[in-house]
Design a protein around this ligand. Structure first.
Ligand code: DGT
Ligand code: CA
Ligand code: CA
Ligand code: ZN
Length: 579
């Protein structure tokens, strides 16, 4: 079923109105769509419920024609009349209107005079100087458009959670200081700790909304106010990130927090459940349909309770099975930061790390870790100083000394990050591999290899009785490098068969395995190691991003290698098992 709600219907109506204007339709006609959009946004009932009750024309400004349009969108996702308009004006011109400083009038001129129908086309025309002399496009205007395109593009990029969260926390802290603010919190994908974030959503509870909105516009982190109304303000921040700040009355705080945390898919599923029970849920509360009475709204937990389920952690609200589980009264047991007993993947100055073994150990001691793996790069990665046997002997001797100190510090484990060759082989012969406490093996080259070849490399490596952990299995770097093309089903199956542990690399650009792969792993009983791959001691704090991703992937403490006491941890390694 298409997931249209009030906001989505309103934007579809606005887009259609803009297309009509660009197509040269008369003012009366295109304005009627904008008026309808406005009315749908202001309508305080769920549009789907209104439509099902056959009451769409009760919405002020909605006549029979637009009511039929909305019904069609809700039912089939089809916008009647859209084909006819897009035969005259390509739908892509809508993109032009999204550029700050470029309205439907200018978009129409660009399309009519120069045939420009997309942002790419516009950029090209500007580069070729084709806008020169076009009425309404003075040099200064064109400069503004170029800046607007840059801003539009940067906004359409997703931000790493680690970059977005600190800004969001600053915003929330600043808002809590504003007089009259009762509460403030992150919502949206940030609250769900999604690995990347489209925009930052912050929610504020206060009686006097307009006063809070005025205060938002003056916050030190705000560089530009994009739009500001009585309940929502969109701002550009000092870090170049866009944030939406919404204010709600304290008595609807819980409902708003639930609604704006999402995900949209999770909310759509909840709405269906509510509907099947004669209830209606929106950002203002949970209502009984029969008499319109608001049942709960102030507390998020109460919303879920009233729907017959326990409140679930924001990280799992993706409609990935959490609602079905909750209806049975259960929530997945999720790993927490407090469960972590050590870090099994860290580099030192012996290869490309920036901290010494001693510095890593001191930091791990501060974190209260029971053990710490020293896993520098292996011989085949010589460009970053991959260790030869003599260097390994030296490192092992130092580890033995540190472990003999008896100062209560973490137990140092002898490890290595092996490189998986094109044939799945690794750097050292078995007699050397046997001397480590455990081995990690990673794919570090061959990113353009075929699915078959890349997958086979991993499968062969997992067959190796000395390879305990696969490091950052898919090799992706968020926003920078695509993952290896891998048959993940085959990889996870092989891990289950061989008892190989999959890493969840906690570096904020990696988060690899991701949530989807983690759920696959968990389902098949594959264990994971949540590791930072720290290249300096300060990076042990990256474990936070790994924990968040593990929780999104439904990982329990019992699935995590480094959530086990040292002896149990060791017993999970391949070399500890009878062969
Ligand atoms: P993002 O920003 O792309 O990383 O993802 P979200 O989940 O933060 O999405 P966003 O910022 O568009 O909206 C925040 C939450 O508000 C979203 O998770 C659910 C709720 N929400 C906003 N707009 C809609 C909508 O049109 N339909 C539904 N069902 N929920 C919405
Ligand atoms: Ca968002
Ligand atoms: Ca948003
Ligand atoms: Zn590494």
């Amino acid at each position: 079923m298409p997931a249209y709600d009030n906001a989505a219907i309103a934007s579809a109506l606005d887009d259609f109105g803009d297309l009509l204007e660009i197509a040269g339709e008369d003012r009366y006609r295109f304005l009627s769509y904008h008026k309808a959009a406005h009315a749908v946004r202001a309508w305080d009932e769920d549009i789907m419920s209104t439509a099902l009750a056959g009451r769409l024309t009760e919405i002020p400004g909605i006549g029979a024609k637009i009511a039929a349009t909305i019904t069609s969108l809700l039912g089939s996702g089809i916008f009647p009349g859209m084909d006819e308009v897009t035969a005259r004006v390509p739908a892509s011109v809508i993109e032009l209107i999204r550029i700050p400083g470029l309205g439907p009038k200018k978009a129409k001129a660009l399309f009519d005079e120069l045939g420009i129908a997309s942002i790419d086309g516009l950029e090209q025309a500007i580069a070729e100087g084709r806008l020169a002399g076009l009425p309404g496009f003075a040099e200064k205007t064109v400069e503004n458009i170029v800046a607007g395109i840059g801003r539009y593009r940067s906004l359409s990029e997703r931000i790493l959670l680690a970059d977005a969260l600190s800004l969001a926390e600053t915003l929330v802290a600043g808002l809590k200081e504003v007089p009259g603010v009762e509460d403030a919190a992150c919502a949206g994908s940030i609250r769900r700790m999604k690995e990347t974030v489209g925009d930052i959503d912050v929610l504020v509870s206060a009686e006097d909304g307009p006063a809070v909105m005025a205060a938002v516009r003056e916050l030190p982190v705000v560089t530009e106010v994009i739009a500001s109304g009585e309940t929502k303000t969109s701002v550009m921040t000092t870090s170049g990130r866009l944030a939406d700040v919404r204010v709600v009355a304290p008595d609807s705080w819980g409902a708003a927090l639930q609604y704006f945390t999402g995900s949209a898919e999770h909310n759509v599923h909840l709405r269906e459940i509510a509907k099947s029970r004669g209830l209606k849920i929106n950002e203002y509360g949970l209502f009984r349909v029969s008499d319109g009475e608001r049942l709960v709204s102030a507390c998020e937990e109460d919303i879920y309770t009233a729907l017959g389920m326990p409140v679930m952690p924001p990280e799992v609200r993706e409609d990935a099975g959490e609602i079905e589980l909750a209806l049975e009264g259960r929530v997945p047991e999720l790993v927490t930061a407090g469960d972590i007993r050590g870090d099994l993947h860290a580099h030192t100055v012996a290869t490309d790390g920036r901290s010494t073994l001693e510095q890593n150990r001191a930091r791990a001691a501060e974190l209260g870790y029971e053990y710490l793996g020293c896993s520098d790069h292996a011989y085949d990665l010589r460009m970053v100083g991959g260790l030869d046997l003599a260097q390994l002997e030296e490192q092992w001797a130092r580890i033995d000394e540190l472990n003999a100190l008896g100062d209560g510090g973490p137990v140092l484990l002898k490890s290595i990050e092996l490189n998986i060759g094109d044939d799945g082989s690794v750097d050292y012969p078995p007699e050397v591999l046997a001397r480590f406490d455990y081995c990690i093996a990673s794919l570090h080259h061959g990113f353009s290899q075929s699915r078959e070849q890349a997958t086979r490399r991993l499968l062969v490596a997992m067959e190796n009785p000395f390879v305990d952990i696969i490091g950052h299995p898919t090799g992706r770097l968020l926003g920078r490098r695509d993952p290896f093309d891998l048959d993940m089903e085959a990889v996870i199956d092989k891990a289950a068969e061989t008892g190989t542990i999959m890493e969840l690399n906690a570096h904020p650009e990696r988060l690899d395995l991701n949530d989807v792969h983690l759920r696959m792993a968990r389902k098949r009983g594959v264990r994971v190691a949540i590791d930072t791959d720290a290249h300096e001691a300060g990076q042990f704090s990256h474990i936070r991003w790994g924990i968040a991703t593990a929780r999104r992937g439904w990982i329990a403490p019992g699935d995590v290698l480094n959530a086990q006491p040292l002896d149990v941890m060791r017993s999970w390694l391949k070399r500890s098992r009878p062969r």
